[in-house]
Design a protein around this ligand. Structure first.
Ligand code: ZN
Length: 470
């Protein structure tokens, strides 16, 4: 709409005292306009007096995002894991939040718009400032006031935890994988430490009618595999959470590891953490079967159902929620997750939001899509170092035989999904010999011109996730 001489975003118009603040399109850039006696703390260009109003123009910088969060608290992240339903949306491109807002504004699930791991930051050459600011600006522009979370995802070190918390992230996912000893077996585990014997042996733990009992063999493995992870999580908790200095939730992630977390192991880890005084909102176990990136669940669904029933009962009994990682496109198990958790879950997605952006490219610019696709095929072996996938290259269609109008259908092919999914970092960072980006700038230009299509795609695709979970 036209407002005070600008092409304004209607839902962004807010009063602050006698001043008005809104977002507007200024040539190709989105800016913040302040109309009033001063710039309200924004670092802004003084435009002087126009039509009886003094105006200031502020760019979408980190400093100005901080001012926005102070002036309009709905643009700052809040804790959402305490809500029954919460959903993580790793927006690697920084452009997905408007589409996510379209979906979540009417749902009873609470979104985590800002969610990235250090691996994703590195691969996309972004910072946590940028990840949070993109969410803040989108929330302001769209007038979304329901609240959203910010997740420092899969953090492994105190330094990274401090980085995210100091910026106001409201959730830390502590990745304990490097402290989990996967090579422990019944044969090589040391004997059960004395302190655990009286606590766990010859006892039956009754959890919602399910009996949990430890054999000596199982207990010695639990202790040997997870003791390091428990110590690590306890230290991080004491350093950052115990004092209450930061208003943030703590998630314990033991999922990025090769061995499945048995319900017994889950119980042991959670029980030990609670006894050490650690409070946490969520635990992410490594479930049986495969939760590979961007495709449906692979594995025995009946076995999954049997195990998540126990995992969910343990979580309820001990007072936290289950967190399901790599939740992109796990359509065949969402109804089970929704049912067995009794509607109390945290589900994380990331790659699927990127795949929807690439689907938009396939629809709107087939030539560009073909270029990126060919590059991704060549880059796949390199990208595999970062992600676990079991892609069968022999099942990839030959692009030369695919008509332009059929390109979007490639996103129904698991092999294509995985190739495009895990090569995002290489695609976005590729430069030519003169130092400019080969794809990144062209892709962002396309996404900016086709924002409406991307919004619609996300509304539908992430909406399918929520519908099945409910
Ligand atoms: Zn994970």
């Amino acid at each position: 709409m036209q407002y005070l001489g600008y092409e304004a975003f209607e839902k962004s118009i807010n009063n602050v005292g006698t001043s008005v603040v809104f977002m507007a399109k200024d040539n190709d850039e989105t800016v913040i306009i302040i109309s009033g006696p001063d710039s309200l703390g924004f670092k802004a260009e003084d435009l002087g007096v126009e039509d009886d109003n003094r105006k200031f123009k502020a760019k979408l910088t980190h400093d100005n995002a901080c001012v926005l969060r102070k002036l309009f608290p709905f643009t700052a992240p809040v804790r959402v894991l305490g809500k029954p339903k919460s959903f993580g949306l790793g927006d690697r491109l920084g452009i997905a939040t408007p589409g996510h807002i379209d979906l979540f504004k009417d749902k009873d699930a609470y979104p985590v718009f800002a969610q990235q791991s250090i691996r994703e930051l590195t691969l996309t050459n972004r910072t946590y400032e940028d990840v949070l600011n993109c969410a803040t600006f989108a929330v302001y522009r769209e007038g979304y006031k329901k609240g959203f979370g910010a997740d420092g995802d899969h953090l492994k070190t105190a330094k990274d935890v401090e980085y995210a918390l100091s910026l106001g992230f409201t959730m830390i996912t502590l990745d304990c994988s490097e402290h989990i000893k996967n090579d422990i077996t019944s044969a090589n585990a040391p004997p059960v430490p004395e302190k655990y014997k009286g606590k766990y042996l010859n006892k039956t733990f009754n959890i919602e009618g399910i009996s949990i009992e430890f054999s000596e063999d199982e207990l010695k493995q639990c202790a040997a595999i997870y003791e390091g992870a428990i110590i690590h999580a306890t230290e991080i908790y004491k350093q950052f959470f115990a004092s209450g200095k930061y208003d943030a939730d703590f998630e314990i992630s033991i999922d990025e590891t090769v061995s499945v977390t048995t319900p017994l192991q889950h119980f042991f880890v959670a029980r030990e953490l609670l006894d050490a005084g650690v409070s946490f909102a969520t635990v992410a176990p490594r479930f049986c079967g495969e939760f590979q990136k961007g495709i449906d669940y692979i594995g025995d669904i009946a076995q999954f159902e049997k195990e998540i029933k126990v995992h969910a009962a343990i979580a309820r009994h001990l007072g936290y929620k289950l967190s399901i990682h790599s939740g992109s496109d796990k359509f065949s198990v969402f109804p089970i997750i929704g049912r067995e958790t009794k509607g109390k879950w945290h589900v994380k997605t990331a790659g699927t939001n990127w795949l929807e952006a690439m689907r938009v490219v396939a629809i709107t610019d087939p030539a560009l899509y073909r270029e990126v696709h060919s590059y991704a095929l060549g880059a796949f072996d390199e990208a595999r170092k970062y992600y676990h996938v079991t892609t069968d290259m022999a099942k990839l269609p030959d692009l030369k035989t695919v008509k332009d109008e059929d390109l979007p259908k490639l996103f129904e092919n698991n092999e294509v999904r995985q190739v495009i999914h895990i090569t995002y970092g290489l695609i976005l960072s590729l430069k030519n010999s003169s130092g400019s980006f080969v794809y990144k700038d062209r892709l962002y230009k396309l996404w900016s011109e086709h924002e409406g299509e991307y919004r619609k795609a996300l509304l539908k695709h992430i909406g399918k996730h929520l519908d099945l979970l409910n």
